[in-house]
Design a binder for this molecule. Sequence first.
Ligand SMILES: [Zn+2]
Length: 356
Amino acid sequence: MPNLARLAARGEVGRAGVIPPGMPPGSDVGNMSILGYDPARFHTGRAPIEAAALGLRLRPDQVAYRCNLSTVGDDGTMLDFAGGHPSTEQATEVIEALDAQLGRGAGSDVAFHAGVQYRHILVTPAEWADADCAPPHDLSDKPVVWPTGPAAAKVQAVMDASREIVGGFGLQANQVWLWGQGFQPQMPRFFDRTGCEAALVTAVDLIRGLGVLTDIARVEVPGATGWFDTDYEGKRDAALATLEAGADLFLIHVEATDEAGHAGNLEEKVKALEAWDRRILADLVPGLDAMGPWRMLLLPDHPTPVELKTHTTDSVPYLLVDSATEGAGGIYTEPATEACEAVPGHELMARLVATT
Ligand SMILES: [Zn+2]
């Protein structure tokens, strides 16, 4: 990753604690930190952020659950938290059938809303909130852990009833998995906190939802897939064009590295990292140089080690580069930053946008 190495050599390299102690190591928490919002203060759950991305405004008496299309074996093993990665079109049919038979179509007080690929939303009454639900990506190849707590029976009943409906579609997915529930978080606008007009590109509803909740503009790139085949150049060009048009800050999100980690696929992880270098950074840097002085913050929202196939709470390496200042320099790898004391992840944004 020669372009990354060059940036690291002129910037500041360190470790960031993007997952505050005691919080779940999810992209919802990690990306809140990256945007400069302390998750310990603002995070209510993952699903309400994704619900915002779908344009759902939750009432105070409503809770949103994340609804994965997933594959659970007859022996109770989580075979695939992503249900074989159905297309959005395939998945939408399934979610519409679920809503017809278990949701609004059946006069129920819950509603299924189709999202992207295997990621969907179930909106329930507030009293469904009190359940402990395991994130399905933490259960890969393991016996599932069913929900516990006062509302667990309701959640379990929906998951059980979904098997007959989802199973009828001939996909790898055979049921829904409900988790990540919460009320709608109250986040101040990004502009009000930073004075920056910001935009972002992502294929993931969660990141779009953070954009909706903080009033950061969402730029759509048709080839952005959230998968290994995503359009890296399209995201890079969207960043440059949006900055050229007057935005102060642009967030590029790539999901492929995380998905490669979940799949335990070392080859795809390496490819995704190298794509960041060759297909984004290589031309992004000269493009930024042409616009004037710039800063860049680069970091993952959490680790997803190929060996573990799931997220961990470890701190992550970060790189902060200022085009006008020669930094201490360093090497942007996990081993090279291991000895650095982690700074709170949500404090980095203030440094990125600082006017001095
Ligand atoms: Zn992940």
